[in-house]
Design a binder for this molecule. Structure first.
Ligand code: PLP
Ligand code: CA
Length: 304
């Protein structure tokens, strides 16, 4: 087992690392942008890497948008050369999993948002259509659909008790699949606030159903397998760049990728060193190989 270094690198060291890779995988929030604010220099970095002949991919646990809407966001934030095929979200990959891996014969009960619903529709995966005008009912009389064969939990700002109750009723059937778009506990908002992530909703469903969800998003390897199956990627030739140690860096470690922490998002260098100095061997997978202040540091690497 190679010990992960947590090496702070810049200039020619970044250049050397990038020269040794064919593929660069970027997490989005905290790396490419923060909410609706682009990370300064990120559009130039993407263009530069593509000019160097790299394949560039974007992998996000954010399931709130369908792929097409990410394309619009990239353009709005000043990116000129990002294609829909390069964007892998936990919503897109959840739909791919249900269609291609689970080969679901039946409907999905979704706790989630438009991003998830649109990707499932696009993939031709049937979902339970809820009549939003109908009274939600009580725990004794809400309708249950006998064709449901999977429950998928994602980010849902309209999560409520009845949804939780329905999900755990469906999950009483042990043949009913239980999937989660991502395990993220919370996300930073503007002004120092945070919002609960899908992981917190999944935890409620797990407790109520006494079952464990299969996670599709990072740190699970399925997102890498999804990209690799379409673009034939070699893990050894790929670098994962992320801002959260417990999802992005662990994802890279799980998939056999070199990993880089960028300090424009959630995790700090102190946290990375904390994991490195820890005696718990499981925590070593949270330690990045490399650290940069920002991906904008890639620009000067190519100027030297
Ligand atoms: N899910 C939601 C709802 C979010 O708002 C965010 C970040 O803003 C994420 C997931 C994490 O996205 P990423 O994996 O791009 O950091
Ligand atoms: Ca992130």
């Amino acid at each position: 087992v190679s010990s992960r270094g947590c090496h702070k690198i810049r200039g020619s060291q970044i250049r050397e690392l990038l020269d040794s890779k064919l593929n660069v995988l970027f997490d989005c929030d905290g790396v490419i942008w923060n909410g609706e604010t682009v990370v300064a220099g990120a559009p130039e970095v993407v263009t530069l890497l593509k000019q160097q002949g790299k394949k560039v991919f974007f992998i996000t646990n954010n399931c709130t948008r369908p792929r097409a809407s990410y394309v619009t966001k990239f353009i709005r934030l000043g990116f000129t050369d990002v294609a829909e095929e390069e964007i892998f979200s936990s919503a897109y990959c959840s739909a791919a999993y249900l269609r291609d891996v689970a080969k679901l014969q039946g409907k999905v009960y979704v706790i989630g948002c438009q991003g998830v619903v649109k990707e499932l529709r696009e993939a031709g995966v049937p979902i339970v259509e809820e009549d939003t005008n109908a009274p939600t009912g009580t725990i004794y009389d809400y309708p249950l659909d006998p064709e449901v064969k999977a429950v998928l939990v994602g980010y849902d700002e309209k999560f409520d008790f009845i949804k939780l109750a329905k999900a755990c009723c469906y999950l009483q059937n042990t043949e009913c699949l239980f999937l989660a778009t991502d395990p993220d506990p919370w996300h930073p908002l503007r002004g120092g606030r945070i919002t609960p992530g899908s992981g917190s909703l999944t935890a409620a469903v797990e407790t109520a159903s006494s079952r464990k969800a299969t996670v599709i998003g990072k740190p699970s390897c399925f997102m890498f397998e999804c990209i690799a199956s379409q673009f034939n990627l070699d893990p050894g030739q790929s670098l994962m760049v992320g801002d959260r140690l417990e999802t992005d860096i662990l994802f890279g470690a799980n998939c056999g990728l070199d990993t880089m922490l960028t300090l424009t998002g959630v995790s700090t260098l102190e946290e990375a060193h904390g994991y490195k100095d820890s005696d718990d061997p499981e925590r070593k997978d949270f330690v990045p190989d490399y650290v940069v202040e920002t991906i904008a540091d890639f620009i000067e690497a190519y100027e030297e």
